[in-house]
Design a protein around this ligand. Sequence first.
Ligand code: ATP
Ligand code: MG
Length: 567
Amino acid sequence: MEEPKIPEEKAARSLNFLEEIIEEDIRNGVNEGRVHTRFPPEPNGYLHIGHAKSICLNFGLARRYNGLTNLRFDDTNPVKEDVEYVDSIMADVRWLGFDWEDRLFYASDYFEQIYDYAMVLIRKEKAYVCDMTAEEMSETRGTPTRPGKESPFRTRSVEENIDLFNRMRQGEFPDGSRVLRAKIDMASPNMHMRDPVLYRILHAHHHRTGDQWCIYPMYDFAHGQSDSIEKITHSICTLEFEVHRPLYEWFIREIGIYAPRQIEFARLNVTYTVMSKRKLLELVQQGYVNGWDDPRMPTICGLRRRGFTPESIRNFAETIGVAKRDNVIDVSLLEFCIREDLNRKANRLMAVLDPVKVILDNYPDDQVEELESVSNPEDESKGKRKLPFSKTLFIERDDFMEDPPNKFFRLAPGREVRLKAAYIIRCESIVKDPATGKIEEIHCTYDPMTKSGMPDSNRKVKGTLHWVSEQQAVKVEVRLYDRLFVKENPDDLEEGKTYKDYLNPDSLKVVTALVEPEVRNAKVSEKYQFERIGYFTVDADSTPEKLVFNRVVPLKDSWGKGDKVTG
Ligand code: ATP
Ligand code: MG
């Protein structure tokens, strides 16, 4: 066999601790240098950004070391699981850019095998059927500092255990009447080692095995065994499983099967959101958001609908690295990653979200000029787009101030600004609604010598504004999404509050924007930069008659500085 090698070009950057472990194993010839990981979701909810981290890690490590990654559904709890979740999980992993090829597995495929493993333990007197109620079991478990009490059923004979376990499988007993437990150590300082439950009776329909089973293995008795059956080399999981590791290893050793290595890393937490599946389900079911793919959700489908790209999420996962201690990542890093990606990819459009009218008094009444602007300054191959220009335009209301401070470089009485890709204009007067005092028209003059190709085209003024021409502008719906929670850590509860008390009441604002006519070519899920405002994507609700855009992120990180639409 060829000697396994560590890819040289990749060895350059410093290794994270998982890579160090794996490289050490490769050097020592553990598993003949094989690297085989798995991503093991339970199909009881939609995947979120934390899962994305785990996906990138498992598939990324295998890719780096020429290994393989399995997708395995950990479907041992029929009550909460559903094919809807199975399908969405597969779609999300694929969308992130990873491929499990022909290695799609289900823990439920191994139920027969896992049942046999239980029999092995029973025969070795390492497992017994226990008739205690759930309450009795929890009462006799003890506490971390006080040993538990042994079950009176612990001394059942092998024959009796085999008989009872078989009859549990045959459906002779009602739910909750008996369990199969491992016989380990009721005095262990590790609570997980105090005769943990291996099987419970559950007369429930399973999304794959139907009504074939009425006993189901517990997660701990299925996960490591599934890893072993699939010859996983490195079973990477989150920190809360560290205390389960002795049990994981005990099962493998006592059953006498191939031993994968479990390694834990810190789960990803992100500010201004929650990551628990239970809470996300609650937000969906109680209508706080419009479904799992609501663009405010930290779910992968939510991020996708919001306009995040797979590249930006992979880059985020790579940038945050892997930690051994729990930590919280600032959501602005995720936002930075999507800005960086879309800056390169998104074509530019001019869109005015809060319009005020500008009239160029010295511009010919019915003239429409066709100006040009580059589609994407970061990518010449995108070419140019045409921009109609005329006497009546719209600019952003907050790009004008009647009585501006010195540092205000936008439009004000007597001041000049450049209209992007067009002329320099100067404000001459304003018209207000006499009743409300609201500015209705800004009257300006334009300098014909200042457009591209004219002698004064390079004349400098301090401010450049985006604009649209009134007649040609297209009305579109814009959904301005913001962070779902107002509190950095919504799980850090003040007295008498729940995480739902920290929901951001302004996480969605809907406005009608005026956009340059090029927008008519926008297709669902395409991304654009609205110049000076932010990145936007065409929402699935969009139709040719009524275009709908989602804000992915504002152009600059303005969180906490007041919700300004423009930058
Ligand atoms: P549950 O409480 O239902 O077990 P879970 O979030 O652990 O929720 P799983 O479907 O078991 O969901 O997770 C699949 C994989 O993703 C596991 O290996 C898990 O450790 C990992 N994972 C889950 N949440 C995170 C997170 N926030 N950061 C990193 N990895 C995560
Ligand atoms: Mg889990």
